[in-house]
Design a protein around this ligand. Structure first.
Ligand code: GAR
Length: 191
């Protein structure tokens, strides 16, 4: 007899470039009953440390060299098609995807960014916030469009900057909030 299963989960790929703490967190979230997504693929543009989580949870991983970004994107698109992926979460993925790629997954690519957007798009967000004596920073989950860190915001969370805050302590507070915000944003999208 065929095994009864719950509603079909959305086949998702996570793109990473580094440590992968958001990847690890999303894998754990995807294993919960309430999760609308299932993670079937991890893409990295290099031998990222975070790929160890794909190994640990036996998730298919692909490393795609971005020296020729057009070719890299074509390779990724063909893997995504083969694996029937229909949702992408960027989690510390440090390459900018082309308009052509984004159009193919319109409204189906989201990103997490370590600032309270629209403030501090781009890199070194915490140092810039500290140098400007900001009272708070934060994190934002948003849809990806053709402009850097500029797509429609899904959810965001403020993080207070204390008097003697260091870059390391601020980053630590922000990543802790990221790990709550990313799953919450996915639930918001699909519920
Ligand atoms: C996270 O703080 C994420 O917001 C940031 O990279 C870090 C990845 O950490 N993303 C960006 O800066 C994208 N512009 P992780 O590898 O431990 O998930």
């Amino acid at each position: 007899m065929e095994k009864l299963t719950g509603p079909k989960k959305i086949k998702t790929a996570i793109f990473i470039s580094g440590r992968g703490s958001n990847l690890n967190n999303l894998i754990k979230f995807a294993k919960t009953k309430k999760s609308p997504i299932i993670i079937d693929l991890v893409i990295a543009n290099k031998q990222a440390k975070g790929l160890k989580y794909a190994d640990q949870y036996k998730i298919l991983k692909k490393i795609i060299n971005f020296k020729k970004s057009k070719i890299a994107e074509q390779k990724i698109l063909s893997i995504l098609e083969k694996k029937k992926i229909n949702f992408i979460c960027l989690a510390g993925f440090m390459k900018i995807l082309s308009n052509n790629f984004i159009k193919k997954f319109k409204g189906k690519i989201i990103n997490i960014h370590p600032s309270y957007l629209p403030k501090y798009k781009g890199l070194n967000t915490s140092v810039r916030a500290l140098n400007n004596n900001e009272k708070f920073s934060g994190c934002t989950v948003h849809y990806v469009n053709a402009r850097l860190d500029s797509g429609k915001i899904i959810m965001q969370k403020k993080v207070k900057i204390e008097k003697n805050e260091s870059e390391a302590s601020l980053d630590k507070k922000i990543i802790k909030e990221e790990h709550k915000l990313y799953p919450a944003s996915i639930l918001k999208i699909f519920n």
